[in-house]
Structure formats: C-alpha cells, structure tokens
Design a protein around this ligand. Sequence first.
Ligand code: FAD
Ligand code: AMP
Length: 475
Amino acid sequence: MSESFDVVVIGGGPAGYPAAIRAAQNKLTVACIDEWKNREGLPVFGGTCLNVGCIPSKALLESSELYHRLREEFAVHGIRTTGASFDVAQMQKRKGGIIKASTQGILALFKASGVTPLQGHGKLLPGRRVEFTAHDGTRRELAAKHVVLASGSLPAELRSVPFDGKTIIDSCGALDLDAVPKRLGVIGAGVIGLELGSVWRRLGSELTVLEALPEFLPIVDQQVAKEAQRQFKKQGFDIRLGAKVTGAKIQGDAVSVTYSDARGEQSLTLDKLIVAIGRRPFTRDLLSAGTGVELDERGFIKVDHECRTGVEGIWAVGDCVRGPMLAHKGKEEGVMVADLIAGRFAEVNYKTVPSVIYTAPEIAWVGLTEEQVKASGRAYKVGVFPFLASGRARAMEQTQGFVKLIAAQDDDEILGVHIIGPLAGELIAEAVLAMEYSASSEDLQRTMHAHPTLAEALHEAALAADKRAIDFVNR
Ligand code: FAD
Ligand code: AMP
C-alpha cells in the first residue's frame, strides 16, 4: 500500500515551503519533497531563493555596500579611515552562514508545524500519485488528495555563450567568486545582472553591462530608469544599450565577447562574464506521461488565476508558472493554494506585487508605470518628491532619487508608486498596503507620518499629486 497525504508539495523553495506549512496549519497531512543539494553535497530546503538567490545576493550586496560607503561616504560624516581593506573569503563565509541558518530554519519550521520533509526527487504520476526517489536511490509511491507543483526555475542560457563554470558563469557562479575580477562583464541589464554587477563593482571590478534592448530597464517607470542610469554611470558602470551579444571565446584565463550594436560588430576582453539574461521554468522529469498537466509554449506549467492546473487536485505555484519570478509572489501563491485546498477563501492580487532592485540607490515599485497609465488612456496626475528635500535623507547623506506617485484624475485611486532612493524596498510596503486597500492619494495625504523619516517622502509625493506638498515647491 502506498503512503498517503492530504497534500504533497514538490519543491521546497519560497513557493513550495510556505504552501506546505500553511497546509499543515490547516490541519492537513503534508509532505514536502525537495532534491536540492548544497555545495557540500548536503540536502537542503529553501530552493533558489535561500541557496543561490535573494538571500546570498543580499548578503553580498550588504557587505560590498558597507565597504563602498566606508571608502566613499564616511569622510563627509567626519569619520576618518585609513588602510581599509576587505576579505572576499570572509564575505563568502558570512554569506554561507546566513544560507545555512536560513535553510536549517525551514527544517525547524517543518518540524514545528508537522510537515514531513522528503529529500530527493518527486515526480507526478497520473491519478494524484507521486513517485519519490530518495537521494540514496530508494523509491516509493505517495498517494495525495492534492499535489502542489513548485519546481521553480533555472538561469537561462545564451546558446552562443555557453557557461564553462569558470570564466563564463551564471548568477550562482557570480555569487561564489573567491576574488574580485579585474574586468567583469554582465550580459543583461535586468534585476539580477545589475545587483550582481553592483556587488563586484563596489569591490573594484571594471564593470561593463551589455544589454540588447535600446532602452534601460524598460519594465521600470522611465523617469526612475533614467535616474537609475545616471546614478549607475556615476558609480562607474559602463552600460552599453542596444548591444546584442553574439558569441564568446575563452582565451586562456580571459574571455573575448562579441556583440553587435548600432556601430556594427564589437568585441571586448573580460576576465569574467556573467550571463544574466533571465530565468526559465524548471520542470525536468517532474511530470510522467499521462498526468494531463500542460506546459505553455515557454515551458511554464499552465494554471488559472487560482493556480489550478487543468487537472483536478493538481496545482502549481511560483517561478514554474506565469507571472513575475519573485519569491514573495510564489509565497503568496503557495499560501493561497493551501487555503483553497482547505476550503478557505484566498486570492492573490497580482496588481499589487511589489518589485525591488537592491542596487544603490534601491529601486522599488508597485502598480502601473506612467508609460502604462498613459497608454491606458486614463487621465492621471503625478506627485514627485525628491529625497533631497527630506530631512532624514539629508541626515543620512542619502539624498539621491525620489518618490513618484501616480493617481487617477477622476477618483484619485493610486495607480502606481515608484521609488528610487534609500531603503526604497522598505518604503514600497506602505504603497502596497495602500493599493491593496484601494486607497486614494488623499488617504495617504491624510495619514500621519513620523518626522523625520524617509516614509514622509511618500506622504509628500501624495500631497504633490494635488500640488499641496509642504516641504517641496509644487510645480
Ligand atoms: P525555487 O526557489 O527555484 O525552488 C524550487 C525548488 O524545487 C528547488 O529547491 C528545487 O530543488 C526543487 N525541485 C524542482 N523540481 C523538483 C523535483 N522534481 N523534485 C524535487 N525537488 C524539485 N526574488 C525576490 O523576490 N527577491 C529577490 O531579491 C530576488 N533575488 C534573486 C537573486 C538571484 C541571484 C536569483 C537567481 C533570484 C532572485 N530572486 C529574487 C528570484 C527568486 O529566487 C525566485 O523567484 C524564487 O526562488 C522562486 O521560488 P520557487 O519556490 O518558485 O522556486
Ligand atoms: P531579466 O529578465 O530582468 O533578468 O533581464 C535579462 C536581460 O537580458 C533583458 O533585459 C534582456 O533584454 C537581456 N538580454 C537577453 N539576451 C541578450 C543578449 N544576447 N545580449 C544582451 N542582452 C541580452
């Protein structure tokens, strides 16, 4: 007889593990299967996010930013430093400790909530059965009332620039470098490319970013994107737009990369090349024949707005389904599915998924960009408040950037908030909450904000939308 569970989750990343925990909180019997092994070959939960994504990248961004600030910004505070240096090995060790604590934390959460962790490969069989192959090769079959597929994603490869794992690397390799490359190239000026480029640039790399599109950060509000491009240029990023990479050749310890731009064929010699052209859904050996679960033309598992596949009792969440590839989007989908399975009300509001780019300055947004609102034809108003006018930002010596709020002209509904500046990723939370509750810009205007805080900049941007800002000359 096969073992049976109410819910079997395949994938223990930020989409899968919250689904498992919430299902257990809902008094369902749950198993969560994950096959990830860390660098030491030990099985761990947490997926991309905890092992090679959000958490390690933020750990290195923090370390490199501290060093950069010490060199560039301490003097103005009257703090003198001499002989400052850094130790990449210690930065990597600290990062490793954070990953370890985070991944072990998931096992502890599973234990506390009663989720059965199964470390090995999971494969969906027809009829809501799952074949589980443990790392030692033993196989067993699980029966489930519901199966949640949360198999995640992998770095996309550029066929003309194959990874060699040493000189041409993906985001995982870029997080594991043991020395600062002198000449670093990044293909793709997306979120991951800019964050990883920032880490090594702050530590001294000469950074060239090659981006095929003619526009910088096209998904971002263009007023913000322009400011970001200006700031990155000041930091020494060499961002080449309209540069389509066509090939790369390893030459000893270096790599010669070729690309075409408006001027024709170009080439560049680099010590390391990070390919950061996006991620693709990962579903290898996940579905046996006859399950009825369908993939779309890009390889994502097809689901509806409630993450139901076309097959009764089979759900899919996170990076392996449509929508932004973000940990928090996957988490909310996982939790929603576990609640729907338990017969509770649940939904994900895809209109209020926040996005953050953890560069310096940080970039964060929620809702529509001004370009999108304009294209929709709806009349709108815009309020902008620069951090230069924020007392707290001045005290922090972090006055770059601004908060921009877009609201509908007719009913004052907030349509989008875009922030570039200090702690933008934290500040955006208030805008997300406001939009989740369908707040108007007037609602934000009437909400008291502590002084002096960076959050006042959002308050003032809301006021500015009606030309009523107090701390900035309204135009
Ligand atoms: P994953 O995290 O990829 O987890 C899937 C899990 O499923 C893996 O552990 C895998 O081993 C397991 N699995 C797959 N198939 C099977 C199978 N058949 N059997 C058993 N196990 C299986 N997002 C953010 O929101 N904020 C950030 O700051 C951020 N930074 C990032 C930085 C980098 C460098 C990268 C690469 C990504 C970053 N992301 C960030 C994206 C984020 O990591 C992903 O959106 C998130 O991890 C997706 O979660 P998931 O659970 O869907 O998939
Ligand atoms: P993201 O999807 O946010 O990770 O961003 C990936 C970026 O890589 C996008 O902006 C793409 O336009 C860019 N890109 C994809 N292929 C190439 C290529 N061959 N050369 C340069 N840039 C590329």
